[in-house]
Write a protein that binds this ligand. Structure first.
Ligand code: SF4
Length: 503
């Protein structure tokens, strides 16, 4: 048998002619990206020309690639640095997201089903005031209070919820004058008409869990807890009707929804999206389950592999895009955040998609007793019995002490993508990030390994699909949909976006 060997020719490489970039192949094109978040698609011959230093003045791609910093010739280092600084301005802004657990009570008893005494499970009015005073120390011009429902249903401590909002509003007017935003994450188990009217009158936004059509939602809630589908839908309709009656801008004022995806959801991607559209919801946050939060028997019943989830996600996203093409305005949360990073010059401020992670520097979380954590995941680690991420209490700490704490610094060091094997060379690096706290939960250390990291697979798969859609020159309608998502006021951020000159 003839012996054959394969000899690969090294590409012609004129490294002195190139700016720093990373690259990958998507949809038959070569995608190049750089640290300023600029990107472009090249044909194979154009990419060979780039590497060989043949893209010079007069080449059809010269102007674009020079402006974006892919060429050394005429590189405007000052403008490049300004674009990087703009994308990373969260590093000097101060904590803007303050996630408050108002109670450890759920509808019936605590997180583990046992009865919980309200006097020890609820945040007090005094602690709520201390949390507000602490948060207002932030240098961020915008502050978002998220009254979260993971650790307990916030409406079960409605008196303190109202006090926190009123106290923060008054203190803010008297002192710092920041842009302020409140969101209650509620499963509606504690909702009444009085509570709803107060939330609406006091500009508290509402986000809830809706897993899909009634049969799917109610099947999921046997495992996950929360309200029956009929109750969730009743309150979504109530808020929608009242916002409309009050003449609110419905683009801004609507209930946002999170769909937790179980094994039963995997075959129902279209039905889940259609349920959201039918209920008039403008955004959907598809949330995969985390294997670490379930015992083996439960995971065997409702869990799935990363590949199964990502196949589901792709089908759901494609259906959402198709609905938009037909005139229904509805967005998906992760895709929207990534598009903001890909198509705008700014960063949407989602801490787990930042490098370094914003846990402790952009986000802080508070337990019912006023203890401070770098993120709500870190608070949940404490709730599971490990106080490793506790930073202190609002009664002792100052914000500079938080930023300088060894815990926050370790989180920042672990999540710097430039220093992570695989990330340092990944074309998705300018748009990506991960949570060291989640690494700690799933892999036992802050750094983790990307090959064992679900977020890595998820972020790469979603970015790949978005770039596949953006690469399709024959489908300008879809590209227009994605550009609209990127500049829409996000329900997850506190300021608007400015479109950049993307291809
Ligand atoms: S986490 Fe994964 S997708 Fe993100 S930059 Fe790192 S290697 Fe790329």
């Amino acid at each position: 048998m003839e012996e054959r060997s394969l000899t690969l020719s090294p590409p012609e490489l004129a490294e002195d002619a190139l700016g720093f970039f990373r690259w990958g192949r998507i949809a038959g094109k070569v995608l190049v990206t750089n640290d300023a978040g600029d990107w472009d698609f090249l044909g194979e011959s154009e990419f060979a020309d780039l590497l060989a230093g043949r893209i010079v003045d007069g080449h059809p791609r010269f102007q674009d690639l020079q402006r974006k910093g892919f060429l050394r010739d005429g590189l405007d280092l000052g403008a490049f640095a300004a674009r990087m600084a703009q994308r990373n301005r969260h590093l000097r802004r101060g904590p803007h997201l303050h996630v408050v657990t108002l109670t450890r009570r759920h509808r019936r008893g605590g997180a583990n089903g046992a009865a919980v005494d309200a006097s020890s499970a609820d945040m007090s009015r005094e602690t709520a005031e201390q949390v507000v005073d602490f948060a207002l120390q932030s240098t961020s011009p915008a502050i978002a209070f998220e009254l979260q429902g993971q650790g307990g249903e916030p409406l079960l401590n409605l008196d303190v919820l109202r006090h926190l909002v009123e106290y923060a509003t008054t203190r803010n007017k008297q002192t710092t004058g920041k842009i302020m935003r409140f969101t209650a994450l509620t499963n509606f188990t504690g909702m009444t008409e009085d509570a709803a009217e107060w939330l609406i009158a006091n500009d508290v936004r509402v986000c809830t869990s809706l897993d899909g059509p009634a049969a799917l939602h109610d099947a999921n809630r046997k495992w996950l807890g929360g309200s029956a589908h009929a109750d969730v839908v009743r309150w979504i309709e109530y808020f929608g009707r009242r916002y409309a009656e009050l003449g609110r801008d419905l683009q801004q004022w609507h209930v946002d929804g999170m769909a937790t995806v179980t094994r039963q959801s995997l075959a129902a991607a279209r039905e889940i999206v259609d349920e959201y559209a039918a209920r008039g919801l403008r955004s959907i946050h598809l949330r995969p389950l985390s294997v670490d939060r379930f015992d083996p028997d439960t995971w065997a019943a409702i869990g799935y592999t990363a590949a199964e989830y990502l196949d589901f996600y792709r089908r759901a996203l494609d259906h959402i895009v198709e609905l938009n093409r037909q005139g229904t305005e509805i967005t998906e949360r992760l895709a929207t955040v990534l598009l903001m990073k890909i198509l705008t010059a700014d960063d949407p401020g989602v801490v787990d998609l930042q490098s370094p992670s914003g846990a402790g520097t952009a986000q802080l979380a508070y337990g019912v007793d006023g203890r401070v954590f770098p993120s709500d995941e870190a608070r949940s680690v404490d709730a599971m019995g490990d106080p490793i991420f506790e930073l202190g209490t609002v009664r002792q700490l100052t914000l500079p002490e938080v930023a300088g704490s060894p815990t926050v610094r370790a989180i920042a060091a672990a999540s710097l993508l430039d220093a992570q094997p695989k990330c340092a060379e990944c074309w998705n690096k300018p748009f990506c990030g991960f949570s060291p706290v989640r690494n700690f939960i799933s892999q036992g250390d802050l750094f983790g390994q990307r090959t064992r990291c679900f977020e890595c697979k998820e972020h790469l798969a979603v970015s790949t699909r978005l770039f596949e859609l953006l690469a399709d020159d024959a489908d300008p309608d879809t590209v227009a949909v994605l550009k609209r998502w990127a500049v829409t006021q996000s329900p997850f951020t506190t300021d608007g976006r400015v479109s950049k000159d993307a291809p």
